[in-house]
Unconditional design. Structure first.
Length: 620
């Protein structure tokens, strides 16, 4: 009996999704759901949560409802499912009343195995009329953390889910899935969704294919350009903290000839949809956006995520950065940090109106928590050790030492004694009384004669010009390092001013020395590590890859679907290595299932045959 279920699962995995093996955690969650036991799956973005309910949905009798917070998410997932040969539909406010009624009628007639629905819809009359008479065997709740007000994206409509389930004639098995859940959020999810003795499974949060880097560039736009030069032809997202930031960066990039587009809450629905589609369909490779963009975008070939500003907490950072490299191929996650970002984030936290329905004490608590999260985020920017270690430790995971795949590890080298330089900077900070920004402090110790320095009288500071020969980058690094050690603190309500912190005294009076690991001089953005997806391919393989990519784009345009719906970068790269010349060989390529083969297999085979000649000449 067990044997056959296992076979069936694998067969579905192969046939519909084209994969050979389950990833960590998937099989356990699938088995549990099939056995009728609720689950809570906590897995990082890109780990493959969707399959955990899609596969049982295909194996169970009846319908699976998938509750999902965002329209774009549903559209994407339903599109991908239909592309793979699964009957699925979504019900949300993007449908006209006519379309909605039609979809409901089809649903009632049993046409769909999976139905994606927005939480607000659940307890509406129309929907209930359908649901009460349908055979709903499973309910999967995506982004389940939205039910908790301690999470970062609380959505009150999620609280309607248990009410809806109680009204169903038979209780379906429940699966809840999320990428971010601290212990508190996890407990909330179980309690508020009323999961019944669920199997709780947390897989590792590590994303080994992502390269993490932090920089503190003097000129962020220039640094961004250099970074983009290392990513020609790649898809990527640039996150800015503010709408204004998005506008500026996007305009500059377009002026400089990049195919960029933008997304933030201040744009019309129409423009947002258009821009998002331009990005997804590879008409515009670079998306410049606020954090309003991304939830539910599962474009799998995003090769980089650049944070132009530091986000408000590590949860957001890891989720946004995690949109890179979902196909498992190498991708870059670079974060720019400036003290001004701390100030902007503090203002956001203080002016946050999301929690207005909370009582004052609870609101105070939430705000304090947010400030603490911000401090941990700042800590990330200051880490001189392994960045991955820091991130995973934040989520309560231990690592076996440094990862050798982040800028912290690459900086390598021994910690050097920078006490004298530190004292010069701290002297300037003390002299300024914390009234100026980091730039003025750096200019002071370097002995610059700028208008500001003269106006502020910093040329009379005892440490003026002491570090005249030292590279500006190094001074910036040391200032950042001093902030990380509590020797300098960011003050100021609107501007990031830097003053002496609690630990400054001990350094100034010689009680403490400062050791820092400084990266080799002049760390430049172009040194980022991740290779392009095809970067591992060379010569003939690389040129075949480009051919296949072009063919994919042609097919995608003709069918009006995003290119990665056809095949992922990873699948194309795999084809270049396997070089299939027959159907059987093609079906061994990861990501090529029977259904996709029927649709596209021959075209890709032809292209490979043309490029690589007859099979007998091929060496295996
Ligand atoms: P999540 O929802 O956890 O962020 P997805 O369900 O969108 O992740 O999956 C991310 C990517 O991984 C998708 O492209 C998906 O097709 C792929 N994937 C999922 N499971 C497997 C598997 N067992 N083998 C190979 N690829 C997989
Ligand atoms: Zn590392």
């Amino acid at each position: 009996m067990r044997e056959t279920v296992t076979d069936q699962k694998r067969q579905i995995l192969r046939q519909y999704f084209g994969y050979d093996a389950f990833r960590t955690g998937q099989e356990e969650l699938i088995d549990s759901l099939l056995a009728g036991r609720d689950v809570l799956g906590i897995m990082p973005t890109g780990a493959g949560k969707s399959l955990c309910y899609q596969i049982p949905a295909l194996m169970m009798e009846g319908i699976t409802l998938v509750i999902s917070p965002l329209i774009s998410l549903m559209k994407d997932q339903v599109g991908a499912l239909n592309e793979a040969g699964v009957h699925a539909a979504y019900l949300n406010s993007s449908l006209t009343p006519g379309q909605y009624q039609k979809a409901l009628a089809y649903a009632a007639a049993g046409r769909y195995k999976l139905i994606y629905v927005a939480p607000e819809r659940l307890v509406t009359e129309d929907f209930l009329r359908f649901a009460l008479h349908a055979r709903i065997s499973m309910v999967a709740v995506d982004e389940a953390h939205c039910v908790s007000q301690w999470g970062q994206d609380f959505r009150p409509s999620y609280l309607k889910i248990p009410e809806f389930i109680r009204r169903l004639p038979a209780r379906p098995v429940l699966g809840a899935f999320t990428a971010t859940a601290t212990a508190q959020v996890r407990d909330d999810v179980i309690r508020l969704l009323a999961l019944n003795h669920p199997k709780v499974l947390t897989t590792g949060f590590d994303r080994p294919n992502l390269y993490f880097a932090v920089q503190n560039p003097a000129d962020p736009y220039r640094a961004a350009r250099e970074f983009l030069d290392g990513h020609k032809g790649d898809s990527g997202i640039i996150y800015c903290l503010t709408r204004k930031g998005v506008e500026e960066v996007c305009e500059n990039l377009i002026r400089d000839g990049f195919l960029a587009t933008r997304y933030h809450a201040g744009l019309s629905d129409e423009e947002r949809r258009r821009n998002q589609d331009d990005f997804i369909y590879d008409r515009r490779r670079i998306m410049v956006a606020t954090n309003a963009f991304g939830m539910g975008i599962d474009k799998s070939d995003v090769r980089f995520v650049l944070h132009y500003n530091m986000p408000k907490n590590i949860e957001s950072y890891y989720q946004e950065a995690g949109r890179a490299g979902r196909d498992g191929e190498p991708a870059d996650c670079l974060l720019f940090y400036r003290p001004q970002d701390v100030v902007t984030n503090r203002l956001f936290i203080e002016n946050n109106r999301d929690n207005e329905e909370l009582d004052p004490a609870a609101r105070e608590e939430v705000m304090e928590r947010d400030q603490e999260r911000l401090r941990r985020m700042v800590g990330y920017c200051y880490t001189e050790g392994c960045l991955r270690e820091y991130l995973l430790a934040y989520f309560g995971e231990k690592t076996d030492g440094p990862c050798h795949n982040c800028s912290g590890c690459d900086a390598g080298g021994e910690a050097v004694d920078v006490t004298e330089e530190a004292r010069a900077i701290l002297t300037a900070a003390a002299y300024s009384g914390g009234r100026y920004g980091a730039g003025v402090l750096a200019d002071t110790v370097r002995g610059a004669r700028t208008e500001k320095i003269l106006r502020f009288g910093m040329d009379r500071c005892p440490s003026y010009g002491i570090l005249a020969g030292v590279a500006p980058d190094r001074i910036r690094r040391i200032i950042t390092g001093l902030q990380g050690r509590g020797c300098l603190v960011v003050t100021g309500d609107r501007y990031a001013l830097v003053g002496p912190g609690p630990k400054a005294g001990a350094v100034l009076n010689g009680e403490e020395r400062i050791l820092m690991k400084l990266p080799q001089e002049e760390v430049k953005a172009k040194k980022t590590k991740a290779k392009k997806a095809a970067g591992a391919l060379e010569g003939a393989d690389a040129s075949l890859f480009e051919r296949l990519r072009a063919l994919r784009l042609e097919i995608a345009r003709a069918e009006g679907v995003p290119p990665y719906f056809v095949f992922s970068d990873k699948t194309l790269a795999h084809m270049c290595i396997v070089r299939p010349h027959s159907k059987e060989e093609m079906l061994t390529v990861s990501g090529v299932g029977a259904y996709k083969y029927e649709k596209y297999g021959e075209k890709f085979l032809d292209c490979i045959r043309r490029e690589t000649g007859a099979p007998e000449r091929r060496k295996r």
